[in-house]
Design a protein around this ligand. Structure first.
Ligand code: 5GP
Ligand code: MG
Ligand code: MG
Length: 184
């Protein structure tokens, strides 16, 4: 899909498919090095991380385990509150495992910081984070992100797994929406 296929929905393209892909190559190479000789469990956070999980995992040169979690964060309006509910838990037992959480985006970081402590309480050997996108506010929360794709401005973005009302997740690039899309 090309940005032009979206007509007037898109305000601008923030990251092209090529930019996402070349950064994924680098992230995968680093992960391969860091986890050489270790059994790695990738934990994808539904639904947004589906694209990153698929593209990142296929770039790794060692077989990994994959599991998924779905969480919902309660909050007023568009900001998350840090109060998180598990909608779908992992199937895997984390005892003694090396866990890498795979995320689409970190905004306030509240959801992720809750998730990290939750997973750490299950007795894993390690818990690290890989995220494709990170917004400036994420820096305010004490979560140590091992692998970051791109730092982006504080704007609402869609595509590459990220939605607006469940739409636009399938865009192969990351873009911002034109105001008429969300104000009407
Ligand atoms: P946090 O707890 O870090 O504020 O929330 C992260 C979650 O909020 C992400 O997993 C994503 O679902 C959603 N989110 C945060 N920023 C954006 C954005 O710019 N666009 C979209 N589509 N979702 C976002
Ligand atoms: Mg997410
Ligand atoms: Mg969403």
């Amino acid at each position: 899909m090309e940005p032009s296929d979206l007509g007037t929905d898109l305000a601008r393209v923030l990251l092209t498919q090529e930019q996402l892909e070349s950064r994924l190559d680098e992230m995968a190479q680093k992960i391969d090095e860091d986890y050489a000789g270790k059994d790695l469990l990738l934990v994808g956070v539904l639904k947004g991380a589906v694209m990153v999980m698929a593209d990142l995992s296929r770039r790794l040169h060692h077989p990994v385990h994959m599991d998924w979690m779905a969480v919902s964060s309660y909050g007023s309006g568009t900001k998350s509150s840090g109060v998180v509910r598990i909608l779908k838990d992992l199937d895997a037992d984390l005892t003694g495992r090396h866990v890498l959480i795979v995320e689409d985006i970190i905004d306030s970081g509240l959801t992720l910081s809750w998730l990290v402590s939750n997973l750490r309480s299950r007795g894993p050997a390690s818990v690290e984070i890989a995220t494709m996108l990170r917004k400036p506010d994420a820096a305010k929360v004490d979560v140590d992100v091992r692998y970051t794709g791109y730092d982006i401005p504080n704007e609402f973005v869609v595509g590459y797994g990220l939605d607006f009302a469940e739409k636009y997740r399938n865009l192969p690039f990351v873009g911002t929406l034109a105001p008429h899309v969300y104000s009407s």
